[in-house]
Structures are given as C-alpha cells and as structure tokens.
Design a protein around this ligand. Structure first.
Ligand code: ZN
Length: 327
C-alpha cells in the first residue's frame, strides 16, 4: 500500500502546484482617458512595460491578481496571451552551443544563466589576468546566493587614484538583456584593450565595476521553472514558496527600494505598498541583502552608475540626465 499512498501524495502535490501557481497574461485594457491610467497604476503594474496611450487600448503584462484588480475597477480588458511564461518558452529555439571563451550564447533562451555568468567572469580573468580582478562576493541574496562583482582596469588589483564607475544589471529577474549587454561590454573592453583608443583610454583611466546579476534569486527561480527561458518573475524571493511558480506573489521589487525612505516609499505612483504587487517597494531598505551594489564599501567610492534594466527597448538614465525619447 505504501507506494500507492506515495503516488497519491505525489499526485495531490502536483495538483496543488498546478492550482496554486500564478501566471502572467498579456492583456489589453481600454483606457478612455488619462485619469483611468491611475487604475492601472493602483493594480501594481509596472507602467514602463505599458504600450499604447489613453483614448485607446493599452497593452500590458499582468498577473492574475492584477487582472482581477483591473476588472473590479470597471476597466474593459481582453486577454491576448493566457500564459506569457509558456508562450515565451514555446518560442525559444536552440541557438547553438554555449561559448566558453568569449561572448556568445547562453543556455537560457540565449542568455547566460547565473552559473554561466560566473564562468564568464572566471574566463575573463583567465584570458586577461592583468585587466580584471577575480570575482568577489559583495553581498548575498535573500536565499544566500553570492552576488558577484569584478573590476576592469589597468592594475585591477590596486586601488588607484582613478574615477570609479559601476554597471549593474538584472535587478528585475525577467530582464536578462541588460546582463547580456554588460557581459558584451566587458568583453569589448578586454578584447580591444591596446587596439581601440576608447577602450584603452577607459581601462587605463577608470576603475570600472560590474555586477552583472543583482537579483540572483529571482533569476534562478525563473530558470528553475523555465530552464530554457520565458519565466516572468520580476521581484526577489522574500517570503516566496520556491516549490511553486509564483509570478508576483510576495517578494520585493528591488528597483523600487533605492535612496532615502521618503524617496522609495513615495505614494505617488510607480511603486506599490501591496506585497503581492509586482512593484512592491517594501517598508524597509533591502540594502545589505539582494543588492550588492548598495554595499557601503562600493557605494562610498562610486562616482557614476549605469543600471541596465532593459525591458521593451527602455534604458534607465541616472538622475540629472535629461530624458532621451524614441532612440
Ligand atoms: Zn526592470
């Protein structure tokens, strides 16, 4: 009887997982005027992923919960894709072998996994020992995974009197294009040092820090459930059940948790105080965990910072830099 019981228990577990998992839908919402946009904002949806404008249909990825919230607020909506994770995964085609000796293809829909990213950093050190540091751990994620950083410069292991800059990526676990851009740029600097004047100048005169994956837990979570790519989890894994795929349940949006408390806790849109929303900002600063870039020993020295947080062709600009549209 025991095997049968076990089988029944396994089936019950599977059934539970199916019913409790959460998917992301691609929806269109009819937004008659600008005021109606506020309802979308209140549903905790990241407005930067919005396509369309008031007076028509607006296209947006939305969790089950966000769909319920939008419907209850009286907005008309239609569902274009029932399950974006499955839809993405079905579109992934094998692109070729993972290239270990330079920039190439990763195994997760073409993007590097967390482990492949770490191996890329090791390979860079192996091929260019005088231009890059060994990878260092600048913090650990909520689940205890190391957050890696490296520095590219001439005399990389020496703290020289040169301006320091920082590149970070993948703070949102479903935006790996930023991480690939960072890795590509690192290879560009290393491969062209001594031949390209700009790369040579930057390596000689700057200390350039890189944190290619900030939200390592969220990214690994997407890999676990969608190993070929397509996972839509965005936030970190605080209070998240890692046995079940949960698109937006719990977790903190690390990209809504910067600066002073007054700044990140702003109620004026763009972030949410509901833990289930995709833009949940949290009540305290995450700081030491899940965001190695915030670690004081780096923060005290950095003079410029670029965060590559790519979604739909958008890139964040530092505070003080004028907006550049349609580029
Ligand atoms: Zn993002």
């Amino acid at each position: 009887m025991r095997p049968l019981l076990l089988a029944a228990a396994a089936f019950a577990l599977c059934a539970f997982q199916v019913f409790s998992s959460e998917t992301t839908r691609l929806i269109e919402v009819f937004v008659p005027d600008a005021a109606s946009l506020a309802s979308i904002d209140r549903a905790g949806i990241d407005m930067t992923e919005l396509r369309g404008k008031p007076g028509g249909w607006i296209r947006i990825p939305a969790s089950d919960r966000a769909v319920r919230s939008l419907r209850s607020s009286g907005l008309t909506l239609r569902i274009l894709i029932e399950n974006m994770e499955e839809d993405h995964a079905a579109q992934v085609r094998p692109l070729g072998p993972v290239n270990a000796l330079g920039f190439g293809i990763g195994s997760m829909g073409g993007h590097y996994t967390y482990a492949e990213m770490a191996r890329q950093l090791d390979t860079m050190k192996l091929l260019y020992p005088n231009l890059i540091t060994n990878k260092t751990i600048i913090g650990s994620s909520f689940r205890g995974r190391p957050i890696f950083a490296v520095k590219i410069s001439d005399n990389p292991d020496v703290q020289e009197d040169e301006p320091e800059v920082l590149y970070t990526a993948l703070i949102h676990a479903r935006e790996p294009a930023g991480m690939m851009s960072v890795i590509y740029y690192m290879w560009h600097l290393l491969n062209h040092y001594g031949t390209d004047p700009e790369a040579t100048y930057l390596v000689n005169n700057r200390q350039i820090w890189f944190v290619p994956i900030v939200n390592v837990d969220g990214y690994e979570y997407n890999r676990k459930f969608y190993p070929s790519g397509g996972g839509m989890r965005r936030k970190n894994l605080r209070n998240v059940d890692t046995l079940t795929y949960q698109g937006s349940a719990y977790g903190i949006d690390l990209n809504r948790n910067f600066g002073t408390h007054e700044m990140w806790n702003s109620p004026y849109g763009g972030s949410s105080d509901d833990p289930f929303d995709d833009t949940y900002r949290h009540t305290g600063m995450v700081g030491a965990r899940d965001r190695g870039a915030e670690r004081p020993r780096l923060r005290s020295r950095i003079q410029g910072c670029a965060q590559l947080s790519y979604v739909g062709g958008l890139s964040d600009l530092p505070v003080g830099v004028p907006a550049v549209r349609d580029q």
